[in-house]
Ligand binder design. Structure first.
Ligand code: HEM
Length: 465
């Protein structure tokens, strides 16, 4: 075994990191600590600064490294390099989370699972920040903080509050489709190795020639979906609060690597006007009969983080991290998110979070207009000009085609706007109910469903009285 000499703050060798300088009289325990005891002071001071802010949502997670491999010819859709050429492999970082609970909360709760991943491509970082439900609860991004507060702790009691949860959703019923999924059979995964993931939003895939298509991304676990019943989940939430984190770690540790297949649904721009749904509204799915899943590649998670805090807690994913060949769409929730994640990262990790190991692109980055700030560790571009269009150092730029020509020409007037809820919002939930056929907002989806829930609530009330 290698022996290590303990060093105090990388400077003076330490004789014993468990000892402190003291002014001692007698043999007893009493003594006086001294201000020149740098070892004691630094040890205590660092501990008080070890915590960084939790993510405001998605605080509890498991993480791993992996690899993505292109399995199909996708060249008609995009020339994004990580999707081009059968057999092309790209390093991946993955973080799978619950949403509402804090960093120490239990895994087996009925909640959305977040699916954040980064492809370290030769053109920079491509992030997918997805969920395990195909639709979202809101479509007006300004409602996001309100929705999440209603899922978290009550401002007075400091306890999660079902009345607050339902008060929000009953009065913002565009979320009914997402609620149907959440309270359906897939609301509590048996393990993170057996979940789907969906982009939820529409994105674009494009090519150098200016062609582009709208897509929705889907991940499907090759080992299939597995879920927990509520009673087992409740027991595990108490007995094994880190059940899902352990499961993923242990599976990878013993070489049982989970894999997923990546698919897209595709819509040609010319067909958007005939689509049965608003493709920029993330409360709708795209009918699979009309827009079938098309496989692109496979993900394998094959390496545990060597240090959770460094690799996973300090990871900052963002839907705005996109490489040439992938682009956003006019979904307003997606656009709000493209602001919100880097903003959250600057608060949580500091202005130079992109220099941290899990966030640093593998590809060379030359961005001398972004420099200084706390924790600068990349050389800071030495003496290079820190302003654009300098004649002293000529820089070559590359034409990007993330916003292909002809892609959404917008022309309109600025106005205050919030979406309305119409009967159309209940069509897909009704179809979903037809499929899952189980489980007082729900009555608008189906009378029988409403009655079932009302009956169950009455029964519970009776038991409590
Ligand atoms: C207006 C809508 C939304 C806003 C403003 C928003 C904002 C945020 C913020 C601030 C975080 C914490 C990020 C951090 O501290 O690093 C977060 C995490 C996350 N969000 Fe959203 N979000 C929205 C909708 C969505 C949707 C629709 C999805 C899925 C399709 C999603 C998936 C995730 C995931 C997976 C994480 C965890 C990221 C990680 O593992 O680091 N969010 N979101």
């Amino acid at each position: 075994m290698r022996s290590h000499h303990a060093y105090l703050w990388g400077r003076q060798p330490s004789e014993d990191p468990s000892s402190a300088l003291q002014i001692r009289a007698g043999q007893g325990n009493g003594g006086l600590s001294v201000l020149c005891d740098t070892q004691l002071i630094e040890t205590l001071a660092h501990f008080a600064r070890e915590r960084i802010p939790e993510r405001s949502v998605h605080a509890k997670a498991a993480g791993a490294w992996g690899e993505f491999e292109v399995t199909h010819d996708n060249s008609d859709l995009t020339d994004a390099k990580f999707l081009t050429g059968i057999g092309t492999k790209t390093k991946v970082l993955q973080r799978i989370s619950t949403v509402a609970g804090e960093k120490g909360s239990s895994d087996t709760v009925r909640d959305v699972r977040g699916w954040a991943m980064r492809f370290f491509t030769e053109d920079g970082n491509q992030d997918f920040v997805f969920n395990d439900l195909p639709v979202f609860f809101i479509r007006d991004p300004i409602k996001f903080p309100s929705m999440n507060r209603s899922h978290k702790r009550h401002p007075q009691t400091n306890v999660p509050d079902p009345s607050m949860f339902w008060d929000f959703h009953v009065n913002n019923p565009e979320g009914i489709h997402a609620l149907m999924h959440l309270f359906g059979q897939r609301g509590i995964p048996a393990s993170l190795r057996h979940i789907n993931a969906f982009s939820v939003h529409t994105y674009t895939l494009s090519k150098e020639d200016g062609s582009y298509r709208y897509v929705k991304w889907h991940w499907k676990p090759d080992a299939g979906i597995e879920t927990l019943d509520s009673a087992t989940a409740l027991r595990l939430a108490g007995e094994e609060p880190d059940y899902h984190v352990k499961d993923l770690f242990n599976a990878i540790q013993k070489g049982d690597y989970p894999t997923w297949t990546l698919y897209v649904q595709v819509i040609e721009p010319k067909d958007v006007k005939d689509a049965p749904i608003d493709i920029f509204d993330n409360t709708f799915t795209w009918p699979h009969e009309k827009y079938p899943l098309r496989p692109l590649g496979r993900l394998t998670l094959n390496k545990n983080p060597s240090n959770y805090f460094q690799d996973i807690e300090q990871a900052a994913f963002s839907p705005s991290a996109m490489v040439p060949g992938v682009g956003p769409s006019a979904d307003m929730v997606l656009q709000a998110r493209m602001f919100s994640y880097p903003d959250a990262a600057r608060y949580r990790l500091g202005a130079n979070y992109q220099q941290l190991p899990p966030n640093k692109p593998l590809s060379a980055v030359y961005s001398p207009y972004q420099r200084d700030g706390v924790g600068t560790i990349n050389g800071n571009y030495g003496g290079d000009p820190d302003y654009v269009r300098s004649g002293f150092r000529k820089i070559n730029f590359r034409h990007l085609h993330c916003y292909p020509e002809g892609h959404e020409t917008w022309n309109g007037k600025m106005q205050s706007y919030a979406t309305e809820v119409t009967d159309k919002d209940f069509v897909q939930p009704k179809e979903l109910w037809e499929i899952i056929k189980k489980e007082a907002l729900f009555a608008r989806v189906d009378k029988g469903l409403g009655e079932l829930i009302a009956g169950a609530v009455e029964k519970k009330r009776g038991q409590m009285a």
